[in-house]
Design a protein around this ligand. Structure first.
Ligand code: NAP
Length: 308
């Protein structure tokens, strides 16, 4: 059993910020990275709204690299593994199990983030990596000169749809209503982009293909009219769910599985803190996750020093 003072579960902006602050507080934190260093921003094409980076073309992976190196410089350590089980029931030290190791942590900061929601329709799972994607940054390049659809009407759908216009010939955004959820800045840019076309009031019923995506079946929810559209790719941006399954029964959560944390990022278990999208279904910005990660780290440091 490895003994640690602070274990940070997850390596998105909240986790890397918590790592930076606890490292600078000489707590020698261990970050258990999860399945992707950087979490969701590592699959974000362009980051336009993180303060301090005024020039265009800051990519998600670049920002992850900067945050990672900054926290490492002060002594953060990284374990490339996933947490599969925790036991917080007996209080500190807390038990944490990854695929490869077991830990006893005096304190824990949970920053496991959220994952893209799926449509749950036939063809979706089977054709992931064969035309179905949740990551324009990763896969956009493969759609040069092709025809793709983006499902969703929020900021992510438009941001990634705009990114896809760099490669694709045509990008059709399929939204289930006739009004976008996305904010005005991205809406304006999407409306002005000649490669983007909107299909309103429409849901996707099935994704078809033989080896690769070739067609989708869609239905207009107002007229009930169904039709088949030819396409080469389906990019799905319909929101997220918290990665909290491994915390069930350990921490108090709301009905959607978001961990409940107070304004000091304290969870229902003394000595366990939470920050970022695992506990925030409202703001979900890099800037807010960074702020929450900082607050969680400062509270964690205070909690540890009061115990001594
Ligand atoms: P979101 O804002 O929750 O939008 C999800 C979209 O998917 C909505 O338009 C929703 O439709 C649609 N949807 C949900 N379930 C669906 C289903 N089963 N079938 C079809 N459509 C479905 O999620 P997001 O776009 O990922 O954004 C998450 C947060 O990150 C937001 O706060 C957003 O502002 C932020 N964000 C900001 C930026 C930026 O500022 N540059 C970029 C990306 C994300 P309805 O509208 O009908 O509910």
């Amino acid at each position: 059993m490895e003994k640690e003072r602070v274990v940070i579960i997850g390596s998105g902006p909240a986790g890397l910020t918590a790592a930076l602050y606890t490292a600078r507080a000489q707590l020698n934190p261990l970050v258990i990275v999860g399945n992707q260093l950087g979490g969701q921003i590592s699959i974000t094409a362009e980051v336009e709204n993180y303060p301090g980076f005024p020039d265009p073309d800051l990519t998600g992976p670049e920002l992850v690299d900067k945050m990672y190196r900054q926290a490492e410089r002060f002594g953060s350590r990284y374990e490339y593994d996933e947490v599969v089980e925790v036991d917080f029931s007996k209080g500190s030290p807390f038990y944490i199990k990854t695929n490869g190791k077991e830990y006893e942590a005096e304190s824990v900061i949970v920053t496991a983030g959220a994952s893209p929601r799926r449509l749950g329709i036939p063809g979706e799972d089977e054709l992931i990596g064969r035309g179905v994607s949740f990551c324009a940054t990763c896969d956009g390049f493969f759609f040069r000169g092709k025809d793709v659809v983006v499902v969703g009407g929020g900021d992510s759908a438009l941001e990634e749809g705009l990114f896809l216009t760099k490669f694709a010939e045509k990008v059709r955004v399929i939204h289930r209503r006739d009004e976008l959820r996305a904010g005005p800045a991205l809406t304006k840019r999407a409306f002005a982009n000649e490669k983007i076309e909107f299909i309103w009031d429409t849901v996707v019923d099935e994704i078809k293909g033989n080896g690769m995506v070739t067609e989708i079946d869609v239905t207009n929810v107002k007229t009930q009219e169904s039709k088949r559209l030819k396409t080469d790719g389906v990019f799905i941006y319909i929101g997220h769910y918290p990665n909290s399954k491994f915390l069930e029964g350990q921490l108090a959560m709301d009905e959607h599985g978001y961990v409940i944390a107070d304004e000091r990022m304290r969870t229902s278990v003394d000595g366990v803190f939470a920050a970022g999208e695992i506990q925030d279904s409202m703001y979900r910005q890099i800037a807010t996750s960074v702020g929450q990660g900082c607050a969680a780290a400062m509270q964690c440091e205070k909690w540890l020093s009061e115990r001594e």
